[in-house]
Structures are given as C-alpha cells and as structure tokens.
Design a binder for this molecule. Structure first.
Ligand code: ADP
Length: 401
C-alpha cells in the first residue's frame, strides 16, 4: 500500500527534472530528466524500479513540449502512481523580498513569481510553465501546488554579504541586494554532508559548489549561509553554461555606448550567449564537450581554465570568509558531480589551503553515490549528488500536515 506521493517539477534553464516520491520514507518511485532543451537531439530519460528508459525528443525542444511529453509518460505508463499523487511541488528560483519561504500556490503567488522574473529571466518563467502545466493536467490538485524557493536559504545572510556598494537608497527603496539562488541544492548537500561528517548541522562550516547549467558557491558557517556567489539575479558569480558570471559593469556601458547594443541585446548576450557558450565561440554550452576536448582544442582548454580559475578564486575567498575553519568542501550539480578533470584542475591551485585531492578516488567515482575524494588526513572533499526533489517534496507535504 503506497503512502501519499508528491510529484515534483524542477524546471531548469536547460533541463527539466521530474519525480514522483514519498517524502516520508525518502523513496523515489519515478525520476527523470529532459536534457538538451533548445539544443540538437533533446532526450528524456526516466527511471523506475532501477529500469532506465530513454526517448529521443528531437531538436530545439521547448519547455512546453518537454512538459507535455513528461505528463504523457506519467499518465500512459504509470497510471498506478498517478492516483497516489496528492501534492505537486515546484522549484521556484527567485522569491524576491516577498516570498521568503515555501508557499501554497494561488493566482497571487503566480503573480509574485512572475514579478520576480525580472530577477531570474531564465528560470521564473520556466517555473511558471511547470506550475501551469500541473494545474492544467491535474485539475483536482489545483490547490495542492507548492512553490519551494531557491532564495529562502539566503534569508539570514549578513548585511555585509548581501549589500552592494551602490547608493543605499536603491536597496531601501527597490530592494536591490544579493538574493542568491540554488538554495535548495546547497541546503540538501550541506545537510547530507553534516550526516556524512557526523557534525551537527548547526556546527557545520562548509563550502558547497553547485555546478550545473547554472553555477553557484556558498559559504555556510554554523549551518547558516553567510555568503553566496549569485546576486540580485542568477547572473552573478561563477562561469555558467550561457551566463557570464562576474564582469566589470563597464562592459555593459562599452557594449551600449561603443557597440550600440540595446539593453535587451546586452541582457541577451550576458544571459544566453556568454559563459561556456561564449568562450566556446557559440559551439556548445555542454561541459562534457569541454572536458573531452580539453587536451586537443585550444577553445576547450581556455574555457576550462577560465571556469576553474574563477571557481578557485571563490573557494579561496570563502575559506577566508569562514576564517579558514572549514569542515569540508562539496561538489554537486551536473558538472560538479561528473567532471573529475574540473575538480582536479580547480583544487590543484588550492593545495596551500589544505585541499589535497586523491586522483584515484576522483577519477573512479560511482557518480550516483556520495564520495570522499581527498587524501587521508586532509580537508574532506565530498562529491554529493544533489537531491533538490527530495527537499521540495518534503517542504511541499509539510505545508499540508
Ligand atoms: P541544470 O542547471 O540545467 O539543472 P545540470 O545540473 O543537469 O543542469 O548540469 C548540466 C551540466 O552538467 C551541463 O553543462 C552538462 O554538460 C554537465 N554534465 C552532465 N554530465 C556530465 C559529465 N558526465 N561530465 C561533465 N559534465 C557533465
């Protein structure tokens, strides 16, 4: 006899993850992912009872098409699970200053998520598509949809970390500040690390790196996030799939004043044409390619080096923000979990901080499990597969208990 189940949607910028799970006994009945949205040869893989299936969807597949296909798979193949789904949880990237904790979704909440799209143009609109598809295809559960926010985790960041050095009234009046993103993933992996290290969460000092299509890093002191690389929007910080991360704001003025680009053009360049994609001269934003070609292509070599150098600078800075008192560093996300070369290149620059990677462990991972990859008696370096879906399902059910 199955417990009540939660259907979870995690609509990312380049992928959509979906799961049906029981948040009480942590059991995932079905999970899947649509990958390579808007690229060639998008496909969906899903796994049930350790049996993985794959379906090619075609080229330039949109979020709309992918969501329809996911719902069809669920309804046609897993009818027995559908009747047990009682709640639907959605990852929502940006809650702004109004949505600070998980909330049951109604029209007002959708409007607030929409309003915050200005801060997360690659994500909030996709999150809304997931919500609308759920409400359309599961009309009986219309009032059982919950938004779980990526920004909640950063609510207690100190002022010195969230304030920008711009006129203070812009913060007071327009709430321009650092909000962070990927909070659900950073929360999950830090909790998991606390269990693996056997250190209680409220004593845990840790750096977590979520490196996927989007990428961010957080410093957590005594279980509270004290700094993170994403800012007002998920554009700031590390090098990402198609986003620039940190740049001098003057680059914007130059593109506008000298190159005659409009603000919309510049936003598009920095959001959709930069990062790995920009450094790879528009060839790909797929990190697998960068890793494969690192030794044979100058572009890939350059891209990897910019990516790792930026990351290593942040790790050093956050080690300082934690006063050097670090229980572990965690890698997660599609790149963080899978790219041994990236982990090796990044940490090879940081041996002076005590990070000593064990190459044998690093290159021989079972990528579905959490693993320590440091040399003995050095700072723990842990690869932890993220599980945002579990956090979302738990938060979702919690609101109805
Ligand atoms: P999203 O932020 O869209 O959820 P993911 O966390 O799924 O993204 O990460 C997507 C990124 O992970 C892509 O750049 C992809 O190339 C990279 N990736 C996935 N698998 C591997 C792998 N085996 N080796 C290197 N990179 C990988």
């Amino acid at each position: 006899m199955l417990n009540d189940l939660v259907l979870v949607f995690n609509c990312g910028s380049s992928s959509i993850k979906f799961s049906i799970l029981d948040p009480i006994n942590y059991k995932k009945y079905l999970f899947g992912i649509v990958e390579r949205l808007y690229l060639s040869e998008a496909y969906v893989t899903w796994c049930i009872n350790n049996n993985t299936q794959i379906k090619i969807l075609g080229n330039n597949i949109t979020h709309h098409q992918a969501l329809k296909c996911i719902i069809e798979i669920i309804f046609t193949k897993y009818d027995d699970l559908v009747s047990k789904i009682k709640y639907i949880g959605h990852r929502v990237v940006h809650g702004g200053n109004e949505l600070i904790q998980s909330v049951i979704i109604d029209d007002t909440i959708i409007q607030k998520i929409q309003k915050n799209s200005v801060f997360a143009p690659l994500h909030n609109p996709m999150n809304i598509l997931g919500i609308q598809a759920s409400m359309q295809y599961f009309p009986d559960l219309k009032e059982k949809n919950v938004a779980v926010l990526d920004t909640s985790f950063y609510h207690f960041m100190p002022e010195c970390a969230y304030l920008y050095a711009i006129p203070y009234k812009l913060y007071k009046k327009y709430h321009i500040r650092r909000y962070g993103a990927h909070g659900i993933s950073h929360f999950y992996v830090s909790k998991k690390a606390s269990r693996l290290l056997n250190i209680s969460f409220n004593h845990l000092n840790i750096i977590t790196c979520h490196l996927g299509g989007g990428a961010s890093i957080t410093a957590i002191r005594n279980g509270v996030c004290i700094d993170t690389s994403m800012g007002l929007t998920p554009l700031e910080g590390l090098v990402m799939g198609t986003r620039s991360g940190d740049i001098d704001p003057s680059v914007v003025f130059f593109m506008h004043d000298v190159l005659g680009k409009s603000i919309a053009d510049i936003q598009n360049i920095l959001t959709n044409e930069s990062g790995i994609f920009g450094l790879m001269q528009g060839l790909t934003s797929d990190f697998r390619y960068v890793e494969q070609k690192y030794y044979s292509s100058l572009q890939a070599y350059r891209t990897m080096n910019v990516f790792c150098y930026r990351l290593s600078k942040y790790i050093s800075a956050y080690t300082a923000a934690l006063y050097g008192k670090l229980d572990a560093i965690v890698f997660t996300g599609g790149i963080g979990e899978n790219s041994a070369l990236m982990r090796a290149l990044t940490l090879s620059k940081l041996e002076f901080l005590g990070f000593k990677i064990d190459n044998n462990l690093n290159y021989n991972l079972d990528n579905k499990k959490s693993r320590f990859i440091n040399k003995e008696n050095t700072t723990p370096i842990i690869v932890i597969p993220t599980n945002e879906e579990l956090v979302i399902a738990q938060e979702t059910m919690q609101l109805f208990l």
